[in-house]
Design a protein around this ligand. Structure first.
Ligand code: ZN
Length: 366
């Protein structure tokens, strides 16, 4: 088993790099790879982090999975040989999928300032027109789909946000029968439930396509390659949040158990990150909003993780002098995932919410 220059025989852990493009100044852009191969055959689980360069908790979580779950400051790496005991199959970790973004601790890369998580799979048409970030993404995508039986792509949402796992809807149409889409959606739901982190279904199909999310890492590996893939959101930007890092590591181990790669989650990993329950008992989807009609400064009334009912006040938009201008109300039952920046222009969405979702998990591709 090898990914880039990382090559492991059964029972071995290996590190190496996946070269994704040459640099004009010499050398190459390389994505670090850590992989561990069990003594016995089994599925291949991929873990990716850092496609958004400021989402550093995801980087740390993916770095630590094959160090026995310990953080650089939180234990002795010598205690773990890096191959989870009794592993069947292979775990591939790529913690820094956007090195140019990570160098600047910014969401985008400096190759071009668009979202590096929207170029999967490669665009159809003339390959000579693809710019460097698209080529980097294409080479990563090809490496993932070459061997992955499942993928967790690890991100962060907002400062102070609660951890959640995003499950995309499965599209059917020309390239996939509805029955196959239903089977894939079922496998995806089971993997999501296994992570021990509350599950939030992605935006409705039209908004999903408008936001180009079918071309995100997890969206493309799921909807194009047909491999169960989830986006894991672990708290805020630019700083490593320890409980969220531990939750990400535990989610990876729970996925291994679910996929039949391990018999149980190691005790220390389970103890560091107990299973998190959803604040509500009904299925939810992501919702960015509601929108403020007035410009101002948004002052939340609820903490991330707090449940609300339709019509409940969520936040106040205040004037520069701190006087109330508008109270924004919940559009449906749900709970708060997190709060984006309080700086609010007219018609800006003020909250990141999980709201009741009764729509299907399988939808026709338009
Ligand atoms: Zn992200």
């Amino acid at each position: 088993m090898n990914v880039g220059t990382a090559s492991a025989a059964p029972g071995e852990r290996a590190t190496g790099t996946l070269e994704v493009t040459d640099l004009p100044t010499g050398g190459a852009e390389r994505l670090p790879v850590i992989l561990a191969r069990g003594e016995r055959e089994g599925p291949t689980l991929w873990l990716t982090g850092g496609i958004h360069g400021n989402e550093v908790t995801g980087v740390a979580a993916v770095q630590d999975v094959l160090r026995g779950g310990v953080s650089a400051s939180g234990g002795s790496p010598d205690e773990a040989d890096g191959v989870p005991e009794g592993l069947r199959g292979t775990v591939v970790c790529v913690p820094m999928c956007n090195p140019a973004g990570i160098r600047r601790v910014e969401r985008t890369s400096y190759y071009h300032d668009d979202d590096p998580n929207r170029h999967f799979p490669p665009a159809e048409g003339d390959a000579t027109r693809r710019r460097v970030q698209e080529l980097i993404d294409e080479r990563l995508y090809e490496a993932v789909v070459d061997s992955a039986d499942a993928l967790l792509d690890v991100h962060t949402a907002q400062v102070g946000s609660v951890p959640f796992v995003i499950r995309d809807r499965v599209l059917h149409g020309e390239r996939r029968e509805e029955g196959d889409a239903e089977a894939l959606a079922e496998r995806l739901a089971a993997l999501a439930d296994a992570t021990g982190i509350p599950v939030v279904t992605e935006y409705p199909a039209e908004e999903y396509a408008d936001r180009n999310l079918h071309r995100s890492t997890a969206g493309a590996v799921l909807n194009e390659a047909g491999v169960p893939s989830l986006t894991v959101e672990l708290g805020g930007h630019e700083t490593i949040a320890e409980p969220h890092r531990a939750a990400g590591v535990a989610a990876a181990y729970r996925a291994m158990v679910h996929l039949g790669m391990l018999d149980a989650v190691p005790e220390g990993i389970e103890a560091a990150a107990p299973t998190l329950e959803s604040p509500v008992a009904f299925p939810v989807r992501r919702f960015r909003g509601p929108n403020a009609s007035a410009a101002g400064f948004c002052r939340p009334r609820l903490e991330p993780g707090a449940a609300f009912a339709e019509g409940d006040p969520l936040a106040d938009v205040v004037s520069p002098h701190g006087e109330a201008r508008e109270t924004v109300a919940a559009p449906a039952d749900g709970y708060v995932l997190g709060w984006p920046s309080p700086t609010t222009y007219e018609n800006d969405p003020v909250a990141s919410l999980a709201v009741r979702d009764d729509d299907g998990l399988v939808v026709p591709r338009s």
